[in-house]
Design a protein around this ligand. Structure first.
Ligand code: HEM
Length: 389
């Protein structure tokens, strides 16, 4: 395989700051970068629910919550029932950032795909098996289903559901790890030649695991906030008692996730990128400050809900909004780190500079966004209230 020759003429100096890097980019690249950040943030909302929900479901399954005769656990049931839809939403919302990342960072993204090869390709079968495993957990052990023979009886068994839930959680974790490894490899053009010659190590290196832990912990506050919002909307027939029962476990999960992800985030975002640290940069500091602030506000909302054992509308809205701000800040930090890491390399963000058609793209973007909004509204209106949540 021919690796791209180093072409330094158009690259920014390695020690640029983010405002300098952005200023040097053509307008259409900046537009696609902004769209990459926005669409990645949307992907992150659903993948956070998927990851947090999968962990919750796996623990609930191991505790026998889905076995015949188990005590009522509305939160566990709602999360389990919505997981296949959440993963579908994460996959669908992943398409748009996939488009933009390829446009903006064609060279580094594809090179990392090729160098990772089997590990990258394996994420598709992993995702497919995970989705089927989620349906095994969801398959109800109701009388109607049990009457349909041995297969249905097998699927209704508690140990089968536990095994399927743990398998799905591991596979979803693998998908996240594959994206992380790919991302980290795409940020390090200086390692590509050795990687090509030596192949991938048997296990991802420590930074990938730290990033996975940061991302997994960061998913928990979003999951907790969205699950609380579902319970408030009456999903699964949730009543005040269900909401009171769910308030403390969800608060504990959200607070653990917020604190853990902030600690690991400080390590991840302090990394040195060719002589520049993201946290020494004005944009990096603003994004990290917003992330920490949002996690603190969300944490305060969860402490209030735990103390009152009540998922009040205002506190749930605060927790959801704080999670959205944290996700957006996180998306800006990721992109800032990538812009700094690749500045001064031939893989820097500038591929779209030679592309035309931005105006046509923007027209279709508006039409598509309008069509999606209309469909979501029409479907939501047609659903009974319990399903809307
Ligand atoms: C439910 C399964 C999925 C999980 C758990 C997941 C997880 C992740 C994670 C953790 C990242 C961040 C990587 C990092 O910051 O290092 C990420 C990024 C991304 N994901 Fe997903 N993902 C899933 C499915 C998908 C699918 C199916 C697609 C494509 C259709 C997709 C598209 C993307 C894209 C484009 C990025 C940004 C890549 C980059 O900027 O380098 N994801 N995903």
């Amino acid at each position: 395989m021919m690796l791209p020759a180093v072409d330094t003429e158009t690259a920014a100096p390695a020690t640029s700051t983010l405002p300098e890097v952005l200023e040097a980019l053509p307008t259409n690249t900046v537009v696609y970068l902004a769209l990459l950040i926005a669409t990645y943030a949307l992907h992150a909302v659903f993948m956070n629910y998927t990851f947090g929900g999968m962990l919750w479901t796996a623990v609930a399954a191991l505790r026998g919550r889905y076995s015949e005769g188990a005590p009522r656990d509305t939160l566990a049931t709602v999360v389990r029932d919505w997981l296949p839809s959440a993963v579908s939403a994460a996959v669908t919302a992943g398409i748009a950032p996939l488009l933009f990342v390829q446009i903006v960072y064609q060279r580094s993204f594809y090179t990392a795909n090729i160098l990772l090869f089997n590990r990258w390709m394996a994420l598709l079968p992993a995702l497919i098996v995970a989705v089927y495993a989620m349906y095994v957990v969801k398959a109800h052990g109701s009388a109607g289903v049990r009457d349909h023979g041995r297969a249905a009886k097998f699927l209704a068994r508690g140990d089968v559901k536990s095994a399927a839930a743990v398998l799905a959680a591991l596979l979803i974790g693998y998908v996240g790890l594959a994206f992380i490894e790919n991302h980290l490899l795409s940020l390090a053009p200086e390692t590509w030649r050795d990687r090509y010659v030596e192949g991938s190590p048997a296990l991802p290196a420590a930074p990938a695991w730290i990033r996975l832990a940061m991302w997994a912990l960061g998913a928990l506050p979003t999951f907790a906030a969205l699950a609380a919002w579902q319970l408030r909307r009456g999903a699964g027939g949730a009543n005040d008692e269900d909401r009171a029962r769910a308030s403390r476990p969800l608060a504990l999960l959200a607070l653990t996730g917020a604190i853990g992800s902030l600690v690991l985030g400080t390590i991840v975002w302090s990394a040195d990128h060719g002589g520049t640290r993201l946290l020494d940069d004005s944009i990096g500091r603003l994004a990290f400050g917003s992330l920490a602030g949002a996690l603190a506000v969300g944490g305060a909302a969860w402490i209030t809900m735990a103390l009152h054992r009540r998922l009040s509308a205002i506190m749930v809205a605060l927790a959801v909004s704080a999670s959205l701000v944290a996700i957006l800040a996180h998306a800006v930090l990721r992109e800032g780190a990538r812009l700094l890491a690749l500045a001064g390399t031939p893989a820097a963000a500038r591929e779209p500079s030679g592309l035309g058609g931005l105006a046509v793209f923007l027209v279709f973007l508006v039409i598509s966004a309008g069509a999606i909004a209309w469909i979501v509204r029409a479907v939501a209106r047609a659903l009974p209230t319990t399903h809307r949540a």
